[in-house]
Design a protein around this ligand. Structure first.
Ligand SMILES: NC(=O)c1ccc[n+]([C@@H]2O[C@H](COP(=O)([O-])OP(=O)(O)OC[C@H]3O[C@@H](n4cnc5c(N)ncnc54)[C@H](O)[C@@H]3O)[C@@H](O)[C@H]2O)c1
Length: 352
């Protein structure tokens, strides 16, 4: 088992990563609070796969549990389900000493985390991530939230969990496309901070998955420790996401998040090379890497179409956008540019 300790300003907590650790959840949860009552929030797919094991482990450790199941998918991360979860916690008589446990991917983690942050102004919270994206990204760092009609993640709270229990064996049931989506975030970590991780990713990933998750979580925790509330350094985690979000939006979210981030990373690297900011072979290295994980690296949307989507977001983003620009594999910089200059980056990358 590997442990990464996250020392955020608001809370210090362990991320435990180990095959089979899911069955230790009960004993691990005992260390969080003296009470023995936990509310599990999950989605319908994960519920059928893993709830029984989690409940059995909690029951063995003396916990009484209740469970709330949402439908799987991004559409469930909404205000209606958020309120339903709060009402469920109240009806179940959860007190401030009790625990909310998120069992699932980023959707479950985000909505359950926001409920845990706001119910009784904050109750204990544990993340049990079941997708690769949730293991390496959403379960760590304390961003919780839901979508509003106007857009994704528009309501939420910074609320760190007390514990993250990450069992890589749970990823064995993930459909390949959802696993690949998570790989885009893993590649992102390597490009922003860790050249040796990038080299490791050239080997088959699954035999090293525990090690790879731990390295990604270490990178994320160091960034969160420097800037928990996302005022500057944390924006480095958005590598590939600015253009990625534009691609997702253009497609009406038909292009998955991981695919969009993969294309976004390639576009940004090509632009950076064209402008002489990054090493010449950096774009090819990134493109070959995303291709080897079955992820796309280019889009049919034009630079104009993507820029229009970014412009539509201008009101929310402000007059400037902070771009995450690679210099070489393992090193990226933040570059604050006027929105109009972003067009230049898109054209540099997509002129061919
Ligand atoms: N809070 C953060 O810092 C942060 C960071 C990145 C992304 N996110 C959010 O995460 C969400 C995306 O998360 P995601 O990619 O995990 O998607 P998800 O939670 O929708 O899960 C994807 C699908 O996989 C299924 N699934 C989950 N675990 C499984 C398993 N072990 N076996 C089989 N099927 C399984 C789910 O039921 C779902 O259908 C988005 O809402 C995004 O905004 C949050």
């Amino acid at each position: 088992m590997k442990t990464v300790t996250v020392k955020a300003n608001s809370k210090t907590y362990p991320v435990l990563i180990g095959n089979g650790i899911m069955d230790e959840c009960g004993n691990l949860t005992k260390n969080i609070t003296a009470t023995r009552y936990a509310a599990i929030i999950t989605d319908d797919i994960v519920d059928g796969l893993y709830s029984a094991r989690l409940i059995s482990s909690l029951n063995k450790a003396g916990f009484k549990t209740v469970k709330y199941v949402i439908q799987n998918g991004e559409h469930s991360k909404n205000t209606e389900n958020y309120v339903k979860i709060l009402e469920f916690l109240a009806e179940s008589g959860l007190t401030r000493s009790d625990i909310v446990i998120a069992l699932g991917g980023g959707v479950v983690g985000d909505i359950a985390g926001f409920a845990a942050a706001s119910y009784l102004r904050g109750v204990h919270f544990i993340q049990v991530p079941t997708t690769l994206l949730a293991c390496v990204d959403s379960s760590v760092g304390g961003k919780t939230g839901i979508n509003l009609k106007k857009g994704k993640n528009l309501a939420g709270a910074f609320y760190q969990p007390d514990l993250v229990v990450c069992d890589p064996l749970l990823l064995s049931t993930l459909p390949e496309n959802i696993f690949s989506d998570g790989c885009a975030e893993v590649i992102k970590y390597a490009v922003i901070r860790d050249k040796s991780l990038f080299e490791l990713l050239k080997l088959p990933i699954k035999p090293h998955i525990e090690e790879i998750i731990a390295r990604c979580v270490k990178i994320k925790s160091s960034i969160v420790e420097a800037d928990e509330y996302d005022t500057w350094e944390r924006q480095i985690l958005n590598f590939g996401h600015t253009f990625g979000h534009a691609i997702e939006k253009c497609s009406g979210y038909a292009v998955s998040h991981g695919s969009a981030v993969a294309i976004g990373m390639a576009i940004m690297a090509l632009a950076a090379a064209d402008k002489g900011i990054c090493e010449k072979d950096c774009p090819a290295e990134i493109i070959n890497m995303v291709k080897s994980y079955g992820l796309p690296y280019k889009t049919d949307y034009s630079a104009d179409a993507l820029f229009d989507v970014l412009l539509a977001d201008k009101k929310r983003l402000g007059e400037t956008i902070t771009l995450v620009v690679p210099q070489r594999i393992g090193e990226c910089i933040l570059k604050k540019v006027p929105v109009s200059e972003v067009k230049d980056f898109l054209y540099s990358a997509m002129k061919g």
